[in-house]
Design a protein around this ligand. Structure first.
Ligand code: ATP
Ligand code: MG
Length: 573
């Protein structure tokens, strides 16, 4: 573990959130720690959600409690069963288990209705006939107080009657709302008589057409936590301003009062984490779907080759903070490399092939060479790779006219072919345009396995694939979907799609060693010297392989850390 790793881990175990929970448990405020993860089933989970997901499940297990999975399904318009199923599957894939503790806010509709009636009976809620537009106008601004609705002083009896008839379907959609009667002059706009219920004839994915009034998110969320007996309701910073409202509801209703603690949202450079905007990318065909490997959804990350371990590692390293900040996408890639370096098998694949002919190797001969599967894990064993007279190497591993520091293959130069032999370039074949299309070499049979009996050294080792044994594969190389660090920042009149990276996907054809012929999308492999790749779970088939690049081997995060450390030392000196 390096210094940065150590610091981030320590930070997470002593953060403000855990301190607060420890205090609450020590004072006997709650018997047991009960957290929840409350997704709205209106899209797929993305890496931002993982932060809340990991935090709530991990807190529960650290403190010997439980974490509920609650679908926050109070908005019938955008929610679908498809998303409920996907959210369940994605949470399981990440490695969390909620057991029997699965809940739906829509199961509380009757209870929430009862709560609303109780507020009316206490004289602190009223039915308002103002339109949505008029309510907005009356609400005031940050600098001006709001104005009371002319319907604010309706009697309790009248309000009870109207609310009952709202539920019974006597009024048109949008013609009335139920509002809390709090304070139109409050400095906190959330307390200026917020809407609790609206009339909406929409089919709900679970309650069907049983209801034509639906509770607003703010009226449902805190009460759902209370109904489930949640001890710590951890949410993102933007809900801090809603906390006084949630407290007000719980106090008025005199029901169980969870402790709400806010923490910073996860934001990653070059990544869009708004479900609404992700949906737009899908609907406009800019990506192939929610699982397009360039998307930040769990589906897509999984298809791209990200492991649950790497995503959880990111969340641990980021920890919780009270201030919003943006995390380098390179850190997520670093987490993946750290994991795959330990676990992924190495193979040889040539992404931009050029043919090499070994002139002194007999045409009809071939050879089986032993290759190590994973130098980090002896138990992964070895395999054999075939060698023959015609091979492919990377075009970039050869230069006809090499500059000083280029040590790989060039005319007259000897290099090592990984696990195989030393070869020396003797000649090249060019096309009419003068481009090198074939490299001619000789090999030294004494160097089988990659070492010379006379101990002579070579300065480079390159990977290769035997031409007649090679399997073809389509390779999809991904770059950031957005060129801007924060794609949400746009000038007036533009939208975030202006930042789309036209080069986010490059497709090439590669030659792979034959051990990959039946590769499946279970786990990534390392293409030696290139990166980590995984068969595409949708498009790859034996005989028509398609590989996604999960991440390259170049660790820009480690490099950034090193540069920062060096700058720090210079500053000190
Ligand atoms: P989006 O804007 O993408 O729709 P959301 O917050 O509306 O996000 P929900 O389904 O309501 O999506 O979120 C479920 C949980 O995940 C909530 O507790 C929410 O606070 C949390 N969450 C969502 N995005 C992030 C993020 N970027 N960082 C941390 N937590 C997040
Ligand atoms: Mg939400």
């Amino acid at each position: 573990m390096n210094e940065t790793d150590k610091n981030t881990t320590e930070k997470t175990t002593t953060d403000f959130l855990r301190t607060r929970i420890r205090e609450d448990m020590a004072s006997g405020k709650y018997e047991k720690v009960l957290t929840r993860f409350p997704p709205e089933p209106n899209g797929y989970l993305h890496i931002g959600h993982c932060k809340a997901l990991c935090l709530n499940f991990e807190l529960a297990s650290e403190f010997g409690g439980h974490c509920n999975l609650r679908f926050d399904d109070t908005n019938p318009i955008k929610e679908e069963q498809e998303f409920v199923d996907a959210i369940r599957a994605d949470i399981k894939w990440l490695g969390f288990d909620w057991g029997e503790r699965e809940y739906f806010a829509s199961d509380y509709f009757e209870t929430l209705y009862g709560y609303a009636v109780k507020l009316i009976e206490k004289g602190v809620a009223y039915v308002d006939d103002l339109s949505a537009e008029e309510i907005r106008e009356h609400r005031g601004t940050l600098t001006e107080p709001g104005r009371p609705s002319p319907y604010r002083d309706r009697t309790i009896e009248e309000n009870l009657d109207l609310f009952t008839r709202m539920r019974a379907g006597e009024f048109d959609d949008g013609s009335k709302v139920l509002r809390a009667r709090i304070d139109m002059a409050s400095g906190n706009i959330n307390l200026r008589d917020p809407v609790l219920y609206r009339i909406l004839r929409a089919h709900h994915h679970r309650t069907g057409d049983a209801w034509c009034i639906y509770p607003m998110y703010d009226f449902a969320h805190g009460q759902s936590d209370s109904i489930e007996g949640i001890s710590h309701s951890n949410c993102t910073l933007e809900f801090a301003d809603h906390r006084p409202l949630y407290d007000w509801f719980l106090d008025q209703l005199e029901i169980h009062h969870p402790t709400q603690i806010e923490f910073a949202r996860l934001a990653l450079t070059h990544v869009m984490l708004s479900k609404r905007k992700l949906r737009q990318l899908v609907e406009d065909g800019i990506v192939t779907g929610w699982d397009d490997p360039r998307m930040p959804t769990l589906r897509a990350l999984r298809r791209r080759g990200f492991t649950p371990e790497s995503i959880r590692d990111l969340c641990t390293r980021v920890g919780v903070a009270k201030k919003n900040s943006t995390v380098e996408y390179a850190l997520l890639e670093h987490c993946l490399r750290e994991d795959l370096n330990k676990r992924a098998n190495r193979v040889m694949a040539v992404l931009d092939p050029i043919k090499v002919v070994i002139e002194n190797y007999p045409e009809d001969q071939s050879d089986e060479l032993e290759a190590v599967n994973n130098p980090e894990d002896e138990s992964a064993g070895t395999r054999t790779v075939p060698f023959s007279r015609e091979l492919y190497i990377e075009r970039s591993d050869f230069m006809e006219d090499p500059p000083k520091k280029f040590y790989r293959l060039s005319p007259g130069r000897e290099v090592r072919l990984r696990y195989a032999y030393f070869v020396t370039c003797t000649d090249v074949v060019k096309n009419d345009a003068g481009e090198v299309v074939e490299i001619r070499c000789t090999y030294d049979p004494e160097t089988r396995g990659g070492n010379a009996p006379d101990n002579r050294k070579v300065k480079a080792t390159i990977h290769w694939v035997s031409a007649k044994h090679a399997v073809d594969a389509e390779i999809r190389l991904y770059e950031q979907l957005f060129t801007a660090e924060n794609p949400n920042i746009v000038p007036d009149g533009k939208d975030f799609t202006m930042h789309l990276n036209p080069e986010s996907l490059t497709v090439t054809n590669a030659k792979l060693e034959p051990s990959l012929a039946n590769a499946t999308a279970d786990f990534p492999v390392q293409f030696e010297r290139t990166g980590y790749f995984i068969p595409d779970s949708v498009d790859s088939k034996p005989g028509a392989l398609v590989f996604n690049r999960s991440v390259s081997l170049r660790d820009s995060w480690a490099r950034m850390q090193k540069q920062q450390a060096q700058q720090g030392q210079k500053a000190k000196a």
